[in-house]
Structures are given as C-alpha cells and as structure tokens.
Ligand binder design. Structure first.
Ligand SMILES: [Zn+2]
Length: 670
C-alpha cells in the first residue's frame, strides 16, 4: 500500500552518515515500529576515531566483482581449493599491526603449473616455506603473493605453505579505545591474512591470537585453550565448520563475558563491562530466537553463538561470533530486530553462503525477512505486518531518491549492500511464501539449507527448492521480482458498480502505471464492502491494462485493493469524480493464454446480453458462446459447433453486444 509520508523524511543519506551513537540517542521515533535503518554493513563515510579509511566497495567491484561471474567453476578447473587456515598472529593494539604466520592447507586443482596465488594486500611477506620443508620462492605485488611450489603438485595433491608476514593493515583491522576488531565483508580478509578471498572457497580455521593481558580475543568456533606469557595472552580458537573468508574474524576488548542458558548451543555475548546490564535487557530474547530458528530452519549448525560488542554501526554476522555495534546495546528491545537479523545470517550466509556476490540477496534478503518471521512467531502476525510495512516504507523512500533501478540479482557496482538487497528482497520472500503457501515455503527453505549445508548456493538453487514444493515452474515470479524485473507494481484503479439482474457487479479498471518496463503478474485480493457485509475475492493481475469483474449480491459501498498489504507496490485509487468513473471501454480477456484444454473468456461491461465468437485464422467461425446479462465470463472448451476439437493454433475472439473488442488466443496441443 501507499507508504506513510512520515517514513520518507528519513532519507538514506541521512541515516547512513550518522554514527551509531547518534542513532541510539535519536529521539525522533516515527511510531511504535521504529526502524532505524541501519543496514548491517560498514557505514561508508562514517567518521570514526582511530579507524582506517573505509573500503571503497565501488572501486573494488569495478575491478574484481564483475569478473567473478563463472561460479561454480568445475571442481577440476579450480586452480586450488583452500581447506584450512591456521593463523598464528600477534595483534598489535598500540601500533595497529599484525605479525605472524599463516599456514594454509590447499588441495591442488586441475590448473597446470606450480604457482599458488594468494590474495594479500598492504602487508609484507618475509618468508614462505613448506612446513618441515625448505623455503618456497615467492613474488609479492600489490594484489597478493605468487608462491612457487616445488615439486609441481598433481591434481588432488594436498599442499601446505607457511607464510611469515607483518605490517599495518590498510583496512579490515580497526584499533579503537573501546574495542579492536576485524571487519572484512566483502573482500577485506586479504588485508589481515593471505587467503583465497572468495566466498565460494570455504575452509576451516584455527586462530591463535596474541593480545595484551587484560584483553579478551573472540573468534570463530570453539575456544580450545588460552596461554599467558610475558604480559600477553594467546587465545586458541578453532572453527571446524568451513567458513568463507569474509566470515573469519577477531574481536578484542576488555570484555565481560555473559552466558545465556540455551539447550541449542553455548550462547552469550561479550560486552563492555559497563554494558552488562543493558546488554542483558537488549539480548533477553536471544535464547528464544535461536530456539525458534533451530526448530524452524535447521538445527543450529555450529558449536557456539556469541555477539561481540564493538564501536561501529550495525552488525556483522561472523560465523558463530557476530560483531554487534555498540549503538545496538541500548537496554531496550527497540533494536532486537538486528539481533534476529544477525542470528538468521548464521543459516543464511554462514551455513549456506551465496555462491558469489551477485547473489547477495540470498544473504541479506533472507536475514531481513527472518527478522520479520521471528517477530511473527514471537509477537504475533500483527507485528509481522508492521515489520513488512516498515520495509515497504523504506523501499518507497529509496525509490523516491533513486530514479534508476536495477534487479535484485547481480546489483551494479557500488550497490552490493543497497536496500534493494535487504528490504525489497525481504518482501520478495514474503510474497513467495504467500504464493506457494507457508508449509510449502518452510519445507522448501529447509530443503534448500540442507542441500547446500556448509557450502554455497545460487538464486537458481533456491528457486529449484521452492519449485519442487510448489509443483510448477516459478520462472515468471523470479524473473519479475529477482532476475530482471525492476521497481514495483503501481496499480491505478477505478471501481465501477453496476446493477445487474442477479445483484451488482463490481468492475475494476486496473492499469499498471509503473515506469519500470516490468509488467507484473500478481494475485490481487480485493475487499468489497456492500450493504450486506464484506467479501474478499481475488484475481490475477497480469496485464498493463485489464478489467476485473466481481459479482456481489448487495449494493457495493467501497473497494480496497490488497487490504492486507501482501504486495510490495502502490495501489492508487482513481478520482471519484470526472472521467474516471465513466465505464471503461469494452474489454475481452482470456486466461490462460496460451491455453490447453479450456480457456476462460471474461468480458466487460456486463449489464447487457453479449456474445463471444471464435474464428480461426482463415476467418471461419468455429463457435459462439452467449453471455446473459450480468454474466461476465464463459469457458470455451476448445471445440467447434459440432463438438470437434480445434487443432492447435491461433484463434480470434470477437465480443458483440457489449461494445466491440477483439483478442487473439492461442491453443496449444492437448
Ligand atoms: Zn545482514
């Protein structure tokens, strides 16, 4: 439905530029379902003490991302497959340095040769060797290191190299007075350790991180042990479930560790000592949340889940160890949505990772939708509806400021984390759930997750999972909403009420007036209020201009399109005076078209008798079907007057008696 104007005032630019602390203190709350519009991504341009310049996503995409279009590469053609990273590092908090050794285990692929390329930027390599072996020749340039592995491995060989390196990370590792942390999505891991920095090459991780005594270092997986020496403490973390490099992380602070009882997994959070009580309030529903996702999506796939507070905006879903912006820890439930969002990412993003960055909506759209699903489950359907409406309001404000638009799949450079990938994508999942039905949708999501567990997936993989439950192709849905469609439907409608023999006829003249070239196909509910009560029939809208007819027994008083707001789009009522209320021109619809077997023919207006005639392409009349007054549709069974089945091909329809309208329909094989 049309967006409340009040949302529009909170423009994208405004919110993205204010620091998290300002969001927390913001008192301008536009209604109960406050949405602070904090996407969980690095806040580009946010001034922050002690933080390196923000990574320029647009520049990176222009350079690399557009070239990453060939996933999945055939396994045999992968140059190498990283399987394990063992990082033994000292985090220099006084001088923002990283020093240590990365030991990387890889399986050699089908690429001939003996050169191993690893991504590494801004850090200096001092030695490369095979463990228990001799040094390896290497060459380092601005993009990474090329290591010569001798003797040349054969496809399938396991190769292990140890790289000594050090330096000041140019990005991705941030040292601040309150917390120090890595934050690398999408491609910043190469700025703190050498790696194959692509989302489809997932590997396990061991991080032995050395920090000054008094600091806690939190990373992925389980804490195996700690050891102290010389004023330093080393934390040994191990994540045995493969993870994408952008999900590998360290968070360092003088944390207070809080555990929350949960039968699902060891659960809790690491917060600043002064935030213990507000965090307890902010995160009070975390255990209920993980129990819900664990039951409804898939058993929680990892060995622990914690959130680590740090001074940045939003949240970042590092595997088993979400980084949570301190602006979220406010002591109230207003920001609970982001807790739900980051937790949902453990399934959508971490457990199943998008195959490459074109499919980012498989991460962000799902995490955004499951914020609302969590609220639906915990607070009830009204909260879900409110949440979806706030997403729609966000999108309307986005469209108001972004005249050019693009599909969800494969966003253009610089738009990897735009609201299209969050809010529009979240809405797409809601509409898909309505279309296929909640039980089928939930089963499809569970199947999708289990089919790609600990791996990667593409949009087509999710579509296939839904189609197998729905029992029919959904190309039309994915095409208009995800793959190539842009914008959203904007339906301008004019209702006309006509008294007919059997009661009344409500006719809706509907035009899709969006400037987007996409013509949408939508199941539309129409609430009709009559003197005798309310009825809510539904019909398919699928053309730029069409007329829907709904017979009712009593005098109609009002109509409302999409009364439960199930469609991301605008419903624009026509003027109650003037030309709009004149009866629309005669129309003749046929659906489905092309058809097999039988086709329903619908006419407008309907107050008078009418006749639909069928002609073949040579002009020979096959059949005529009469329409009584008030009758708005009739079914043609594809047979001529003698009962013979008409052959496949094109046929002309002509409407007589209700103005003149002509339509071509196509009969497919029987
Ligand atoms: Zn997210």
């Amino acid at each position: 439905m049309t967006s409340p104007i009040r949302w529009v005032a909170f423009s994208l630019g405004l919110v993205l530029l204010i620091p998290a602390s300002a969001v927390r203190g913001q008192e301008i709350v536009p209604g109960k379902d406050w949405h602070p519009k904090l996407p969980d991504l690095p806040q580009a341009g946010t001034p922050r003490e002690g933080r390196a310049p923000e990574f320029d996503i647009a520049a990176w995409e222009a350079r690399r991302y557009r070239g990453l279009s060939n996933w999945p590469p055939a396994e045999a053609n992968l140059p190498v497959d990283a399987v394990h990273y063992d990082l033994n590092l000292t985090f220099g908090l006084a001088d923002t340095t990283i020093t240590g050794t990365a030991t990387i285990t890889l399986v050699w692929g089908g690429d001939p040769g003996n050169i191993l390329h690893l991504d590494l930027v801004g850090l200096t390599t001092t030695a490369v060797k095979k463990p228990n072996g001799g040094p390896c020749p290497y060459f380092q340039d601005a993009d990474g290191i090329d290591i010569t592995v001798n003797p040349a491995p054969l496809p399938g060989d396991t190769v292990r190299v140890a790289i000594d390196y050090h330096g000041h990370p140019t990005r991705s590792f941030y040292v601040t007075p309150s917390a120090s942390y890595t934050f690398t999505e999408p491609d910043g891991s190469r700025a703190w350790f050498p790696c194959r920095d692509v989302p489809w090459d997932k590997a396990t991780l061991a991080l032995h991180g050395r920090v000054p005594s008094g600091k806690t270092l939190v990373s992925n997986g389980v804490l195996e042990s700690t050891s102290s020496a010389g004023g330093f403490v080393t934390y040994h973390w191990r994540e045995d479930h493969p993870l994408a490099t952008y999900l590998m992380a360290a968070a360092i602070s003088a944390y207070s560790q809080i555990t929350a009882p949960s039968p699902v997994t060891p659960l809790g959070w690491y917060v600043y000592p002064g935030h213990v009580s507000v965090a307890a309030a902010s995160f009070q529903n975390l255990a209920a949340m993980i129990a819900f996702y664990d039951t409804s999506l898939a058993p929680y796939p990892f060995d622990k889940y914690v959130m680590c507070e740090a001074n940045f905006g939003g949240g970042m879903e590092h595997q088993t160890a979400t980084l949570m912006g301190e602006g979220i820890v406010t002591g109230g439930s207003a920001n609970e949505w982001i807790t739900a969002h980051e937790l949902a990412h453990q399934w959508f993003g971490d457990y199943v990772t998008m195959a490459d960055w074109r499919h980012i909506w498989l991460n962000e759209g799902f995490a955004t939708f499951y914020e609302a699903v969590w609220q639906e489950n915990f607070y009830g359907p009204a909260k879900f509806a409110q949440r979806m409406q706030s997403y729609e309001a966000n999108m309307e404000s986005w469209w108001a400021t972004h005249p050019t638009d693009y599909p969800i799949l494969d966003p253009p450079p610089g738009q990897l984390f735009s609201w299209i990938e969050y809010y529009k994508a979240g809405w797409v999942l809601r509409m898909l759930r309505d279309l296929v039905g909640k039980p089928s949708f939930d089963t499809a999501v569970r199947n999708y997750l289990s089919a790609h567990a600990f791996g990667n997936a593409r949009t087509a993989d999710f579509q296939a999972a839904v189609e197998s439950q729905y029992g029919a192709a959904l190309d039309w849905f994915f095409d208009q909403w995800v793959v190539s469609g842009t914008g959203r439907p904007q339906l301008a409608y004019v209702p006309v009420y006509t008294q007919i023999a059997s009661g009344w006829l409500v006719q809706l003249d509907i035009r899709q007036v969006q400037t987007s070239p996409t013509t949408y196909r939508l199941p539309l509910e129409v609430r009709i209020t009559t003197t005798a009560g309310v009825t809510t029939p539904s019909a398919w809208v699928e053309e730029r201009h069409q007329v829907l007819g709904f017979p009712v027994s009593s005098e109609p008083l009002a109509v409302m399109l999409d009364p439960e707001n199930k469609i991301l789009g605008e419903m624009i009522p026509g003027s109650p005076t003037g030309v709009d209320v004149a009866p629309p021109p005669a129309a003749l619809r046929a659906f489905p078209n092309p058809f097999r077997g039988a086709v329903r023919l619908q006419t407008f207006p309907a107050a008078t008798p009418g006749m639909v005639e069928m002609f073949d392409v040579s002009g020979h009349k096959l059949r005529e079907l009469p329409l009584a007054p008030g009758e708005i549709s009739v079914v043609w069974d594809g047979r001529d007057e003698t009962g013979r089945a008409a052959p496949p091909g094109a046929y002309f329809l002509r409407l007589r008696g209700r103005g003149t309208a002509v339509r071509v329909i196509r009969l497919e094989g029987r």
